[in-house]
Design a protein around this ligand. Structure first.
Ligand code: ATP
Ligand code: MG
Length: 171
């Protein structure tokens, strides 16, 4: 990816070196499918006083979320317990930012995302069909168009659902 041309690089691109340094030096146990241990995820988001030595360099881990450290810990524990995590709050209070940091640290991607809008349908949350392939080949995996949630469940990645309250109640 050409970082120079990106208007706003995703967290995993912007903090690639920090994530690599933390992964290489992480000795704690990781929950299944996690790229980092819960402790290293915390360090990534809340920063470290001492830089991490990695490939002969010292990589400082900056604090990214300012405010309630216990909230960040609660988020990590919730996700480690294999639960969904819902962030509710006033606009501009870093719900999106925190979920991107968590996803990048835990799954290595922050872009496996469903954007909730008034027009969000069930297909966008579950899966839809490529109708040409559906007619030609029947209801096969090939004809199925997976949603981000489907991809997340299949590959063991976190799925972020933005603005869930904007989706129609029945969906
Ligand atoms: N506690 C915080 N620590 C660090 N940065 C913050 C904090 N709160 C807000 N920001 C900054 O404000 C920006 C906007 O926050 P963000 O878009 O994540 O908010 P949000 O809670 O998702 O808002 P909305 O409800 O409108 O979706 C963040 O990208 C970040 O730069
Ligand atoms: Mg948001």
């Amino acid at each position: 990816m050409d970082e120079q041309r990106l208007l706003r690089p995703p967290v995993e691109v912007r903090y690639k070196e920090e994530l690599e340094a933390l992964k290489a030096t992480d000795t704690d146990r990781k929950p299944e499918n996690w790229r980092l241990s819960p402790r290293a995820v915390r360090t990534f988001i809340l920063g470290s006083r001492t830089p991490v030595s990695y490939q002969g360099k010292s990589v400082p881990i900056g604090k990214k979320y300012f405010g309630n450290d216990a909230l960040v810990e609660r988020c990590i524990i919730t996700l480690a317990g294999n639960r969904g995590l819902m962030l509710v709050g006033e606009p501009g209070t870093a719900k999106t930012m925190l979920s991107e940091l968590l996803s990048a640290a835990i799954s290595g991607v922050s872009t496996n995302t469903i954007q909730g809008t008034a027009g969000t349908t069930e297909d966008m949350i579950k899966y839809s069909w490529n109708y040409a392939l559906l007619l030609a080949k029947g209801p096969s995996r090939e004809a199925l168009v997976p949603s981000p949630l489907y991809v997340g469940m299949e590959q063991g990645l976190l799925t972020r659902f933005e603005e869930i309250t904007r989706t129609p109640a029945e969906v």
